[in-house]
Design a protein around this ligand. Structure first.
Ligand code: ADP
Ligand SMILES: Cc1cn([C@H]2C[C@H](O)[C@@H](COP(=O)(O)O)O2)c(=O)[nH]c1=O
Ligand code: ZN
Length: 192
């Protein structure tokens, strides 16, 4: 089954067409696993892949992108999204994880890379712990050709989870954490 968009990469003309894919959802919904899956498939297709994550996200590994289920892929940690432009070089595919933590400039950069003919795959949280849109994600979804929303399992009732529930009283939007501080919840249980 192909759950990533099918895009004809073997076009007749010589001008390469780029595009943007967004993989979004709550925590534990499988965004990172899906990103890794797409990037691995691109490598199998012998495409050159460049992978980035925000350097603040050192939860599982300094450099690698690691899913909650321990699948991983090497990446370049960066502080500002502008570094992606400098480091992407002549790659065919750009993968970006935890995009919610990047500055707004990432929107323009994703567009620029896609306009240059690259496939840009962006994964990130669409909502923060309060259910509000997170960072540049809404704009990235607006400019993307393809959006995949993945879902977790509600840790209270087992339904489809759309929200990331924070278990502590900390109110700052950015607070790194795992199952110690967050759980996936459905709409009903998020508002309990
Ligand atoms: N509540 C949950 N619902 C679904 N998967 C969960 C849940 N809690 C832990 N997991 C694990 O998280 C994995 C997905 O991890 P990951 O791809 O890192 O998600 P995300 O990047 O969206 O946070 C699942 O395959 C599963 O093993
Ligand atoms: C909801 C929410 C999450 N975070 C942090 C917590 C984790 O470190 C990451 C999300 O990781 P995942 O791969 O999607 O599981 O983001 C945050 O800082 N603020 C929030 O509101
Ligand atoms: Zn629920």
């Amino acid at each position: 089954m192909f759950i990533e968009p099918y895009h004809n990469q073997h076009q007749q003309n010589t001008i390469k067409t780029g595009w943007i894919e967004v993989v979004c959802g709550s925590m534990f919904s499988g965004k990172t696993e899906e990103l890794i899956r797409r990037l691995n498939r691109a490598r199998i297709a012998k495409q050159k892949v460049a992978i980035f994550k925000p350097s603040i996200d050192t939860r599982y590994h300094q450099a690698n992108i690691v899913s909650h289920n321990a699948s991983s892929i090497s990446s370049t940690p960066i502080q500002n999204s502008i570094e992606i432009l400098h480091l992407a070089g002549d790659c065919d595919v750009v993968g970006i994880d935890e995009a919610q933590f990047f500055d707004e400039k990432i929107v323009e950069i994703a567009n620029q890379l896609a306009n240059e003919g690259k496939r840009v795959i962006v994964a990130g949280l669409d909502m923060d712990f309060q259910g509000n849109p997170f960072g540049p994600m809404p704009k990235l979804m607006a400019i993307a050709e393809y959006i995949t929303k993945v879902h977790a399992v509600c840790m209270v009732c087992g339904d489809v989870a759309n929200y990331s529930y924070r278990k502590t009283a900390i109110k700052e939007q950015v607070m790194l954490g795992e199952t110690d501080s967050y759980e996936a919840r459905c709409r009903k249980c998020f508002h309990l």
